[in-house]
Write a protein that binds this ligand. Structure first.
Ligand SMILES: *Cc1c(COP(=O)(O)O)cnc(C)c1O
Length: 385
């Protein structure tokens, strides 16, 4: 039998016991009354987390499926769009938009930085004929551990009719987001990140303006036709068989989340971010993200000079049962990542720092055992309730 792992990936994340149990309930008819109740309650609870009155469509797929749905339903071939990227998942949105024929104006911040809202405003101001149909950006970038100033980016779009399409897969319920207040038209999230549930469902909030755009959309789609999904959602159903077990799990996770309160959940994510960062910096390692935009969901860390990510990630898992993620994209060969979103015990963070110290010492680095742990403990004591 495998020992319990210290599981600190930026998705999938740990699942609380009651959520695991909820997901193991017997199957029901997905067109019957039991599923309808669970499904409709899930969506009403999701609206509180998304801070929206807009409809939320549920798709059975990973987060990328949700991203694809946000392109094929709202972008026409030939449409001009801006994709503002801050890392690997931003590039995925560029690739998706191009795959479905969009003409992409691609902006990318240096990896480790957030988008400068002025950059967006300049481009939209220059578009006097209002040809830009959508501006696509990220809430939180999981490759670099950076979160965007979403409210300021949304404000920079004010006065321009372009749809605001947001990848909030790792940002939802870990960093602040207010769909309606910030005028976000299409917001994508998924079950396996801060929703502390198994993978299987993507959620996509759609504004009235976005539905109007969707009605005229000419892109080809079948499984991801959101208008079709909307019609079924009115009946408490999905067009195709949903991930029933994941829906049960998410419904239970949302119950826990709403009991705790969204503001408390988000504050907790920032607190855990600081515990990790204090520990990492005390060890003399460098975080990828600038301090002002460091993600509450995940911390990407540069490996020490001459050390490749697997030299750290592999012994962490094999010797100490601590699971962290490797690097991605441009910094794949020089970084690793500690996820701290969803269902995390503070002491899991201390444990992974302790294991990291041992691995670094074994690699021959000049490390004082306990130094990172002590810095993290100090922050934990200062910040815990
Ligand atoms: C996890 C993630 C996704 C979706 O990835 P899937 O593997 O398709 O679920 C999209 N964007 C961001 C920022 C993510 O962290």
């Amino acid at each position: 039998m495998t020992e319990t792992q210290y599981f600190l990936l930026p998705g999938p994340t740990q699942v609380p016991p009651s959520v695991l149990r909820a997901g193991s309930a017997p199957m029901v008819n997905h067109r019957g009354p039991e599923f309808k109740v669970i499904f409709q309650n899930m969506i009403e609870s999701l609206k509180q987390i998304f801070r929206t009155k807009n409809e939320i469509i549920t798709l059975t797929c990973s987060g990328t499926g949700g991203m694809e749905a946000s392109i094929v339903n709202f972008i026409n071939p030939g449409d001009k769009v801006i994709v503002a990227s801050i890392g690997n998942f931003g590039r995925r949105y560029r690739d998706l938009a191009q795959t479905f024929g969009a003409e992409v104006d691609f902006i990318e911040a240096p990896w480790g930085s957030a988008i400068d809202p002025e950059e967006i405003k300049k481009r939209l101001d220059a578009d006097s004929r209002k040809e830009i149909k959508a501006i696509i950006f990220q809430h939180n970038e999981t490759s670099t551990g950076v979160y965007n100033p979403l409210e300021a980016i949304a404000a920079a779009c004010d006065g321009h009719p372009a749809l605001r399409i947001v990848d909030s897969v790792s940002g939802m319920a870990s960093a602040p987001l207010a769909t309606d207040e910030w005028g976000l038209d299409v917001v994508v999230a998924a079950s396996q990140k801060a929703f502390m549930s198994p993978p299987g469902l993507a959620f996509i909030a759609v504004s009235e303006q976005a539905w109007q755009v969707q009605a005229k959309n000419t892109n080809r789609k079948f499984y991801f036709d959101l208008d079709n999904a909307r019609k079924f959602a009115l009946l408490g159903q999905t067009p195709f068989t949903p991930a029933i077990a994941t829906a049960y799990a998410v419904a239970q996770a949302l119950k826990i989340m709403l009991e705790k309160g969204l503001d408390n959940i988000i504050a907790d994510h920032f607190r855990r971010r600081d515990i990790v960062r204090q520990g990492i910096e005390a060890l003399g390692l460098r975080c990828v993200a600038d301090p002002g935009c460091a993600s509450p969901a995940v911390t990407a860390i540069y490996t020490p000079k001459g050390i490749a990510p697997p030299q750290i990630v592999k012994p962490l898992r094999e010797k100490y049962n601590a699971v962290v993620a490797g690097g991605m994209g441009d910094i794949k060969d020089e970084s690793f990542r500690i996820g701290h979103l969803g269902y995390i015990n503070d002491l899991d963070l201390i444990a992974v720092l302790a294991a990291l110290e041992m691995v670094l010492l074994e690699l021959g680095l000049d490390i004082t055992l306990g130094s990172g742990v002590a810095a993290a403990q100090k922050h934990l004591m200062k910040s815990s309730k």
